[in-house]
Design a protein around this ligand. Structure first.
Ligand code: ANZ
Ligand code: ZN
Length: 820
């Protein structure tokens, strides 16, 4: 046995033993333990593990290990989100195959995870770039296609000129490409979409069921992203046009206040309306349209942007009051939201008011809200009030007027109740190599033909002879042997679709693939899903709070409708860990503040780094590595380790004969520790373990002594608890205490009878007279006792309005108050 705590020796001893023992194997035949599924968001193999991974996996491990030690069969798998641009860009830069780059990084990360003692089930592993995995992306795509949930359309899409690929709305951050920060532009392209909007209502409504189990911030981000609004579509007649134009409004109550109409400048309607105007107007329109194409949607909607637009000289007729209003085109109305045109009510809508003021258009108040006049103040009034200037709506309040207006337009066939979502369909095709090929063949005679099942997977061709550099169309298009195939239907010449799928497709269902990751006959087993899914606890960064979670939720609902699973939501509970910072800012090469994990592990050891991550604060907070002390963690671990060394009683000695006070400390530790971990207060859990360590040290060094059975009991529970944070030290302590495999050692159940604290009667005197009595714990502090006395009605009455001269406290028995 080693004489001193030495993390390096301990790591070297236990790592190979664990590799053989496989304590986290979750598919042992006949395993009767209840099941739990704990999942960490899988990493992108961009290089070796960094401090961020170290935090995420340390925290995920606390939860996973905890439930194992509470007697559960925990499934805790790991995989790699292995497709995507960084591999491809690295490959282009260094002339490598993206496969080699990716698998080298995976091997490196895997080795680091093992060393880091992640409690993964190493028999449940996947890589999304493996044809064994992505063939099921293709299968799912075709299932979606059958159901009309995968479709192709031509539209103006976000285009990154530098990555030379389309981007989903979600990948455009403040007008810039999420990956390379270039200004994103619009381009008309035919692309593949998943019809997420079919599920918008369910995606929104089911969030209510996650309340309390997901961070409320994430729930509200999801809600905003889906963005449902209720209102009406109202039909306006257009002079000189047979069909009416429908506008979406959330405020049909303000119909009488509509003083002009605005069509999105880039809408089909605008094109059509302008085509019947003078050449001069058309030329002016085209110039304006060209300038707008450079602006992205977010900027277009910004209220603080100067308004632009033009009067196209045509007129609409208000369906309620027959008023003739001019039609304008502008960029502040979006072509693909609602109907692409609006009725403008400048008195009660700020953007309309800004526009009216800029263009000198009339403003008419139709609801008296008591706010300042919008014409004078420049601020639209949006509050509740009484309808005015509004014919049959006059006198109603806002809510009643909305309801009444909808009734009227419905009765008169002028429109109907409507709702709209901010959520758009998900653009999934990418013009890049390193992704899942879209399993469709284009035939001139037959059109889109799905690749037959027995020809899946459509594997990526080799990169030999392919130029991967971005050029606006997929590099796969140039792989002529691969791309030219006979049509599966008519055998005529046809071409494979050369786009690949957005990698968010890969991560939308991977949690199900872990159920049987090597299956060649199905995407996942519905039988296994009944046993394990949904994921009980999901752990990962808040950066994935919108898209990844939304898409996984969408897939889950589709899979349920396909009859493959029985639940609606993939992740029952969600924990978002914070980030690891250095000196107040995110680590980055340009700042030169990167802390290397491998270096930290070399200096402090795995356990100290993991413990530091857990102890730094609540998991959702950021950790500043400059403010924490892995050296102190290491010192603490040495202290705890020495407790195990000092225990001198026999293994299996009866604890009940041990020191009663120490037993009370250990058993109340068990309660407090469990509560802390289950409530995600891992830092509190560590603090409790430190308290137990101190109590044990004191007991060993004082009268109780190292041979007392209560010392062994405490030391054993301490080793089990530390196993969550510092698995190496804990395993070593556990071995010193005469056992093996601490990772599977279940916590003792706290003995209630030991928890009752002794109480005593305390008295409060005022000027020598007994005034009140309290039942208090023998451990009550002076302040607690004083507060108790001072809040007593009887004591306060006895003091009256006299000033206090002196208060003497003798905890736990006496408070003596003297007045002047
Ligand atoms: C008249 C009105 C009066 C409006 C009023 C608001 C206040 P949300 O809540 O985001 O759904 N709108 C409709 N389609 C639009 C488009 N394609 N681009 C830009 N704006 C559009 O907003 C719905 C409101 O935004 C609609 O209700 C419409 O203006 C505008 F006192 O109609 B409202
Ligand atoms: Zn054909």
């Amino acid at each position: 046995m080693r004489a001193e705590y030495n993390f390096e020796d301990i790591q070297n001893q236990w790592l190979p033993i664990w590799d053989e023992q496989k304590p986290f194997d979750s598919s042992k035949p006949g395993d009767q333990r209840p099941r739990k599924y704990v999942l960490d968001m899988f990493p992108y193999p961009s290089g070796d593990l960094h401090m961020g991974h170290a935090e995420a996996y340390a925290l995920g491990d606390v939860i996973s290990r905890y439930w194992v030690q509470r007697g559960y069969n925990v499934m805790h798998p790991i995989g790699w989100d292995a497709f995507g641009l960084p591999a491809e860009n690295a490959a282009i830069k260094r002339g490598l195959d993206p496969r080699d780059w990716t698998y080298e990084n995976i091997a490196q990360q895997k080795a680091s995870m093992r060393r880091y003692a992640c409690s993964f089930d190493w028999d449940r592993v996947l890589e999304t770039c493996d044809p064994l995995y992505y063939r099921w992306n293709q299968w799912l795509f075709l299932e979606f296609y059958k159901r009309g949930l995968a479709y192709r359309k031509n539209s103006n899409v976000n285009w990154c000129p530098s990555c030379q690929t389309v981007l989903a709305n979600e990948q455009v951050v403040q007008g810039l490409c999420e990956r390379c920060d270039s200004q994103v532009t619009k381009k008309a392209l035919t692309q593949w979409y998943f019809k997420v909007t079919d599920y918008a209502d369910r995606l929104l409504d089911d969030l209510d069921g996650l309340e309390g189990n997901w961070p409320s911030k994430v729930l509200s981000m999801q809600r905003n992203w889906i963005g449902r609004s209720h209102g009406a579509n109202v039909d306006f007649e257009i002079e000189g046009r047979a069909e009416k134009v429908s506008v979406f409004t959330t405020r049909p109550d303000t119909l009488y206040g509509a003083t002009f109409m605005v069509a999105a400048v880039d809408s089909a309607l605008a094109q059509e309306l302008v085509s019947e105007t003078s050449e001069e107007t058309q030329a002016q329109f085209n110039t304006y349209l060209d300038s707008v194409k450079k602006v992205n949607d977010i900027d277009r909607l910004a209220t603080d942007r100067p308004k632009s637009g033009m009067d196209i000289g045509r007129f609409a007729v208000n369906p309620l009051n027959g008023e003739r209003i001019p039609i304008w085109v502008s960029d502040y109305v979006l072509a693909d939201y609602g109907t692409g045109s609006i009725m403008a009510v400048p008195a009660h809508d700020q953007r309309d008011l800004d526009f009216a003021r800029a263009m000198n258009l009339p403003v008419r108040t139709v609801i008296a809200t008591g706010e300042a006049d919008p014409v004078d103040s420049g601020i639209a009034t949006t509050g509740d009030g009484t309808l005015v200037n509004s014919g049959e709506l006059n006198g109603l309040d806002k809510a009643d007027a909305i309801a009444r207006a909808i009734e009227i337009i419905t009765e008169k066939n002028l429109g109907q109740k409507a709702k709209n979502f901010r959520l758009r369909d998900w653009l999934i095709s990418r013009q890049r190599y390193w992704g899942t090929p879209i399993p469709i063949i284009h035939c001139e005679a037959c059109g889109e033909v799905p690749v037959p099942q027995d020809q899946l997977p459509v594997e990526l061709p080799s990169t030999k002879g392919l130029d991967l550099a971005p050029k606006g169309s997929s590099p796969l298009g140039a792989a002529s042997d691969w791309v030219n195939v006979p049509c599966p239907k008519c055998q005529g010449p046809a071409r494979r679709d050369s786009d690949t799928m957005d990698t968010f497709v890969d991560s939308s269902w991977y949690f199900l693939r872990f159920l049987n990751p090597k299956s060649t006959t199905e995407a996942f087993s519905s039988e296994e899903a009944k046993k394990w899914a949904p994921v009980d606890q999901y752990v990962g960064g808040v950066t994935h709070a919108i898209l990844h979670l939304l898409y996984s939720r969408f897939f889950t609902k589709v899979l349920k409708d396909m009859g493959l699973i029985e639940f609606d939501e993939p992740f029952t509970k969600l924990l978002n860990q914070g980030m690891v910072l250095m000196n107040g800012s995110a680590m980055s090469k340009s700042r030169g503040n990167i802390v290397r994990l491998s270096e930290q592990l070399d200096i402090h050891g795995v356990d100290a780094v993991r413990l530091t991550m857990a102890f730094a604060g609540p998991p959702e907070d950021d950790i500043d590595w400059a403010d924490v002390s892995p050296a102190a963690s290491s010192k603490f671990l040495a202290r705890a380790w020495r407790i195990a060394k000092d225990v001198s009683s026999e293994v299996g000695v009866e604890a009940s004969t041990g020191d009663a006070e120490l037993r009370r400390v250990t058993h109340s530790f068990l309660v407090g520790f469990g509560e802390a971990i289950e409530g995600f207060k891992f830092n509190v859990g560590v603090a409790r373990a430190m308290e137990l360590t101190n109590a044990l040290r004191k007991a060993i060094d004082s009268g109780v002594g190292p041979s007392d059975p209560a010392v062994r009991e405490g030391a054993e529970e301490l080793a089990k608890a530390l196993s969550l944070f510092a698995p190496y030290a804990a395993e070593d302590m556990w071995a010193i205490l005469g056992h093996s495999q601490v990772a599977l050692a279940e916590f003792k159940t706290a003995d209630e009878s030991l928890l009752v604290q002794e109480t005593i009667t305390a008295i409060a005197q005022v000027d020598g007279k007994l005034r009140d009595k309290f039942e208090v714990s023998v451990n009550i502090t002076e302040t607690e006792l004083k507060d108790l006395a001072m809040s007593s009605e009887l004591v306060r009455r006895a003091i009256g309005d006299r000033e206090l001269a002196n208060v003497i406290i003798r905890a736990p028995k006496l408070v003596n108050i003297a007045t002047k």
